[in-house]
Design a protein around this ligand. Structure first.
Ligand code: TPP
Ligand code: MG
Length: 494
């Protein structure tokens, strides 16, 4: 084995064994996914991901979403090893009350966690929203020679994520929108919580995603670092299609008794099996939470690289700010999440009158007035614009510039590009809401989404997550009633 690959293996096994030991100590958790995914995650995090562990809120960082939130120890290991403010002590406190390492990743609690994941499929959808946010901000703020907003959204998604319906809606939207900077790695381990996927999930995912308009690549060996590296490069080269890299992995990789079984999914390996796994992978059985110094040093190079990348971005931003001071001020403001001075004054007053104004009509006027003041207020409805009054007039459609034909019905008018501010979600309430959460979690955007109140039932899981994460997203629910007219019941939205 070459020196470089020996070091790679040390690093990869550090991820695996930190995860095994943390789950063992907590006596609960999911060791299997981190063990199988460690090589994929290692290549992504040390060779591709643009991030600065010392500043997890650098606006132009790549976003990373672990949609398979049950594999949280994978993410915590990566955060600790690459130098985020997450100590080894916190890893030892995995799943303990009050720790920064809860069972599933929680946004706002752990530095570097972009979104709360646990309900499968949601992280997938949030990532699509993040890529939409990036595309909008890039289209609005970048200028020739200044790619101030220019980052990828990466995700790790599992069998469960791809089985959930919400992911299908978000995937269809991402494919339609041609989000080329969205790259997902699929943990194709053919096992879920309770069974082999032979029992439940036998569709051809590569062809399914190709049909959505994605670029799909299948790798048959999740330990082949060169193949992973090349696939990520190819995915980044796809500028007008999101990418899915299907990686054949093995849950519980290295555990002689539990690899490829669902027992490796959701329970500690057990003292004896953990010892055997360590032995099998050439790892010292003691002490627990062992990280070889040279592996840690290699991971921690991310800190230097990240600081350098951010400094370069800062320099470029300073020149941009001198050249386009108004744009730069606006961008800084939206990234901070501040609202411009006097924005409330834009809200129209509606004097009480006998005839009254339908609330949805008033809502439409308010949205349009606010949109004039808030440059990153963007949104739309799930195919209900004529009923929800959520069109932002003459503010363009958020679409891939490559897609336009002519005279599209329902178009809002104005530009047809990623700078357009009307999002068309189609009849996809699940997809709308999970991407709203992703846009809000990305930062810089105030997204809104609309449907009839009754269909908010389809959005309950996502609204609950938005509340948990304290996201700033706007929902417009209009009410659809049956009125008794002279000629009998009529269907009358109000
Ligand atoms: C919406 C939702 N339903 C059910 C669960 C419970 N659950 C957690 S992981 C999992 C399936 C695990 O299979 P997979 O996604 O393939 O992950 P792996 O076992 O390969 O790590 C289930 C059903 C969940 N987290 N979210
Ligand atoms: Mg699986």
């Amino acid at each position: 084995m070459s020196e470089a690959s020996r070091l790679d293996q040390l690093c990869i096994n550090s991820i695996r064994m930190l995860s095994v030991d943390a789950v063992e100590k907590a006596k609960s958790g999911h060791p299997g996914a981190p063990m199988g995914l460690a090589p994929v995650a290692y290549v992504l995090w040390t060779r591709f991901l643009k991030h600065n562990p010392r500043n997890p809120s650098w606006p132009d960082r790549d976003r990373f979403v672990l949609s398979a939130g049950h594999g949280s120890m994978l993410l915590y290991s990566l955060l600790h090893l690459t130098g985020y403010d997450l100590s080894l002590e916190q890893i030892k406190q995995f799943r303990q009350w009050g720790s920064q390492t809860p069972g599933h990743p929680e946004r706002g609690l752990t530095p570097g966690v972009e979104t709360t994941t646990g309900p499968l499929g949601q992280g997938f959808g949030n990532g699509v929203g993040m890529a939409m946010a990036e595309a909008y901000l890039a289209a609005r703020y970048n200028r020739p020679g200044f790619e101030i907003v220019n980052h990828f959204t990466y995700g790790v998604v599992s069998d469960g994520d791809l089985m959930e319906g919400v992911a299908s809606e978000a995937a269809a939207l991402a494919g339609h929108l041609k989000l080329g900077k969205l790259i997902y790695l699929y943990d194709n381990n053919r096992i879920s919580l309770a069974a082999s996927t032979e029992l439940t999930f036998t569709e051809d995912c590569a062809r399914r995603f190709e049909a959505y308009g994605w670029h799909a690549q299948a790798l048959d060996d999740g330990n082949d670092l060169d193949a992973i590296d090349q696939a990520l490069r190819a995915a980044r080269g796809q500028t007008a299609r999101p990418s899915l890299i299907l990686v054949r992995t093995h849950i519980g990789y290295g555990s002689p008794g539990k690899q490829d079984t669902f027992e490796a999914h959701g329970a500690p390996l057990g003292e004896e099996e953990a010892r055997l796994a360590k032995q099998n992978l050439g790892w010292p059985p003691e002490p627990p939470f062992y990280v070889p110094e040279e592996a840690l040093a290699h991971f921690r190079e991310t800190v230097r690289r990240g600081a350098k990348a951010e400094t370069e971005w800062q320099d470029s931003f300073s020149t941009y700010a001198r050249t386009f001071p108004d744009m730069a001020r606006e961008l800084e403001q939206v990234i901070r999440g501040d609202l411009p001075e006097g924005w409330e004054a834009a809200i129209p007053n509606f004097p009480a009158d006998g005839k009254g104004l339908a609330t949805r009509v008033a809502s439409g006027k308010v949205l349009n007035a606010l949109a004039q003041k808030l440059p990153t207020l963007i949104g739309g409805s799930a195919d209900l614009n004529p009923s929800t009054y959520t069109v932002l007039r003459e503010m363009g459609d958020f679409q891939s510039p490559q897609r336009r034909v002519a005279d599209i019905q329902g178009s809002a008018g104005g530009v047809w590009s990623y700078a357009g501010r009307n999002l068309h979600f189609g009849v996809r309430e699940h997809g709308m809401d999970t991407t709203l959460n992703g846009m809000a979690a990305h930062g810089g955007i105030i997204p809104f989404g609309a449907t009839f109140l009754i269909f908010s039932d389809y959005m309950r899981p996502t609204i609950r997550l938005a509340a948990l994460m304290e996201l700033r997203a706007i929902y417009v629910f209009t009410h659809d009633s049956i009125a008794l007219g002279e000629d009998g019941p009529t269907h009358q939205p109000v």
